[in-house]
Design a protein around this ligand. Structure first.
Ligand SMILES: [Zn+2]
Ligand SMILES: [Zn+2]
Length: 286
C-alpha cells in the first residue's frame, strides 16, 4: 500500500487554511516529500513526520510556490538530525535544482555559520545529494522505485512528474502541467494520479490579466480528469486548487471531474489522506 497525504493544497496566493503545494508519499517504510511549498513542515508535523525522517525530497519544478520552504526543510533537517555523520538528503528534481539548492544554502550561510560556531557537534553545513533528471528511473531500492517523465508547464521548463511504485501499488504525481503525452505514459494504469488543477471558469472571471495568465500552463479540473481517464488510473486526487476551494463548493469541483472520469475522485483540505492499494481500485458503479 502507498499512502498519499496532501500536505498543502494551496497555490501562490496565500490562504489562511491552505499551505503551499506539497504532498507526502509513504511507501515501503520510506517517506518522500514531493515539493515543499509554504508551511510544509507544519503540515508534515501534523501528518506525524518530520524533516529528519525524509527518505528524499522530490521536486517537480522550481516555481516559487513549490519550493517556498526549501530552506526550512534543509536547515530544520540539519539541526534536528542528531547522530554523527548524518547521511546527505537526497534531492531529486529537474535541471536547475542543484543551483537552486546551493543558492538556498548560500542565503542561509549566516545561520549555518552561527550554528556551527555554537554547537560543538555540528561540524559542517547541511549535506545534500542533488540529482537532476528529465526522465528515467530516479530512485531504485528493494522496496520502492521512482520514475520521472517530462511534463509541460512552459515557459517553465524543464518540469517533471514522478511515479512511485511499491509492491504492485503505484502513485503518479503530475505537478503543474497541461495535458501531454509523456504524462499519459507515466500515469498509464497507475493506482492513483495526484494532479494540480485550476477552475478556468472562476479564474477567467477575475479582471486581472496576470491572474488569467495562470490558465495558460495549468490543467483545468476537466483536463486533469481527462488525463486520468486516458491513463486508466484508479483514483484521481486533486490538489493545488486555483482559486482556493471555498468550503461548501467541494461537490462543484468533484462534479466537473466526475463528468469526465468515472472512478474514485479525492479532494479536500490539507492533510487529506488516501490509501492506494496494489492494482487499480475501481469504485463500484451506482
Ligand atoms: Zn508551477
Ligand atoms: Zn504551482
Amino acid at each position: 500500500m502507498i499512502e498519499v497525504t496532501l500536505l498543502g493544497t494551496g497555490s501562490p496566493i496565500p490562504d489562511p487554511a491552505r499551505a503551499g503545494p506539497s504532498t507526502l508519499v509513504r511507501a515501503g517504510g520510506q517517506t518522500f516529500l514531493v515539493d515543499c511549498g509554504r508551511a510544509v513542515l507544519q503540515r508534515l508535523a501534523a501528518a506525524g513526520s518530520a524533516a529528519n525522517q525524509l527518505s528524499a525530497l522530490l521536486l517537480t519544478h522550481l516555481h516559487s510556490d513549490h519550493i517556498a520552504d526549501l530552506g526550512d526543510v534543509l536547515i530544520t533537517r540539519w539541526i534536528s538530525t542528531f547522530g554523527p555523520d548524518p547521511a546527505p538528503l537526497p534531492i531529486i528534481g529537474p535541471p536547475g535544482t542543484a543551483a537552486a539548492v546551493q543558492a538556498m544554502l548560500t542565503a542561509f550561510g549566516h545561520d549555518i555559520g552561527y550554528r556551527i560556531a555554537h554547537h560543538a557537534d555540528l561540524t559542517g553545513p547541511p549535506q545534500v545529494q542533488v540529482s537532476e533528471y528529465t526522465d528515467g528511473t530516479v530512485w531504485d531500492t528493494a522496496e520502492v522505485r521512482v520514475l520521472a517523465a517530462p511534463t509541460d508547464h512552459r515557459p517553465v521548463a524543464p518540469t517533471i512528474g514522478f511515479r512511485v511504485e511499491h509492491a504492485g501499488a503505484s502513485v503518479v504525481l503530475a505537478g503543474d502541467t497541461v495535458p501531454c503525452a509523456s504524462l499519459d505514459t507515466l500515469a498509464a494504469g497507475a493506482g492513483a494520479l495526484v494532479h494540480t488543477v485550476i477552475r478556468k471558469d472562476l479564474v477567467d472571471a477575475v479582471p486581472l490579466q496576470r491572474i488569467r495568465d495562470i490558465c495558460d500552463y495549468h490543467s483545468t479540473v476537466e483536463q486533469a480528469a481527462d488525463t486520468a481517464a486516458r491513463a486508466g488510473v484508479g483514483i484521481l486526487i486533486l490538489t493545488h486548487y486555483v482559486p482556493a476551494m471555498v468550503p461548501g463548493t467541494e461537490d462543484q469541483w468533484r462534479a466537473l471531474a466526475a463528468a469526465r472520469f468515472g472512478r474514485q475522485i479525492e479532494l479536500g483540505d490539507d492533510l487529506h489522506r488516501v490509501q492506494v492499494h496494489p492494482g487499480v481500485c475501481v469504485r463500484p458503479a451506482g
